[in-house]
Design a binder for this molecule. Structure first.
Ligand code: NAP
Length: 285
């Protein structure tokens, strides 16, 4: 079997085009959605993400407000900026790029963002809404994973889903979204016994562990759909760095029914979902 490749770039482009149309409708009524990104310090991966995001925001016809603070900035300075953005009517969405430098209490900063502008979906109020099936802002990467899975299976109801990873950013919200879709969900983590056997149960396997090529071909049930969230730098030919996922792609593609590539799978969908959340926030403010 050779798996169908789930092309995140194409799906993200379609979603972004739909969003751009809705942004034009909203702008005609005098509201241009605005997203403020706050970057503290100079983490190279965060720089790339914020740069890509700024470009996507502008292409969708939204306004992008980037705020950069030095790595030496203190918690009080960051909190003051977040509060200013909360009060700014031009700003509908606020993204505080994680990780924050040591010495800044990330949960405190996340809790300071106005929940109505929390386009990352990390605020405890939005987490609670997700867990109690109330409408709210949902984390972008898990939302992107659901859309990728639904591109293959329009209904996920009754599917055996295994999520590797239980972070607040990916694993846990994704498990909640899968439950909402009526999948039967197992969350695996670093203390799970016999992870390969757990993975082999999955009709839908989502890997979000941050371990390069950990999921091998013989961990995958024949015909399963595999969503690879991992982004890991690995030494390629000639020592040149290349990006790999948490799944050993070549092996997995021989067994899976459908699989996302890295790069070009979950990454582009995460940015498209961030735009969707910003539009949603602007429409409801
Ligand atoms: P994280 O906070 O480090 O969480 C990793 C999770 O994986 C933890 O729950 C950990 O278990 C589990 N884990 C680690 N090693 C494991 C192992 N050997 N076996 C089973 N479980 C294991 O990472 P994250 O923020 O969720 O991100 C996960 C990956 O997704 C990273 O590669 C990250 O770069 C990537 N990512 C991609 C996007 C995107 O847009 N494509 C967005 C966000 C993240 P414990 O809880 O037991 O420690």
């Amino acid at each position: 079997m050779t798996a169908r490749i789930i092309d995140g770039k194409i799906l993200a482009a379609e979603l972004r085009a739909t969003i751009a149309t809705e942004v034009r409708t909203l702008a005609a009524r005098g509201v241009v959605p605005g997203l403020a990104a706050v970057l503290v310090g100079d983490n190279p991966a965060s720089e790339i993400y914020v740069r890509n995001k700024t470009k996507a925001v502008q292409e969708a016809g939204m306004r992008s407000y980037d705020h950069r603070l030095p790595g030496t900035a203190g918690e009080a300075e960051l909190l003051a900026l977040v509060r200013r953005l909360n009060d700014d009517p031009q700003v509908h969405g606020i993204l505080v790029q994680l990780p924050l430098p040591a010495g800044i209490d990330a949960p405190k900063i996340i809790a300071a963002v106005d929940p109505a502008k929390d386009v990352d979906g990390f605020h405890p109020l939005n987490v609670g809404k997700l867990n109690t099936n109330l409408p709210g802002l949902v984390p972008c990467t898990p939302l992107g994973c659901i859309l990728l899975a639904k591109a293959v299976h329009p209904s996920l109801a009754g599917m055996e889903a295994v999520v590797i990873g239980r972070s607040n950013i990916v694993g846990k919200p994704l498990a909640q979204l899968l439950l909402r879709e009526n999948a039967t969900v197992t969350i695996a983590h670093s203390r799970t016994s016999d992870l390969p056997a757990v993975c082999r149960r999955a009709d839908l396997l989502v890997a979000a562990a941050g371990r390069a090529e950990m999921v091998r071909g013989d961990w995958i049930k024949r015909g399963a759909t595999v969503i690879d969230v991992g982004i890991n730098r690995s030494a390629g030919e000639g020592g040149k760095a290349r990006l790999v996922g948490d799944v050993a792609f070549a092996e997995a593609a021989k067994v899976a029914g459908a699989i996302t590539p890295v790069p070009g799978g979950v990454g582009p969908m995460t940015i498209a979902c961030l735009l969707a959340n910003t539009l949603q926030a602007a429409q409801s403010q």
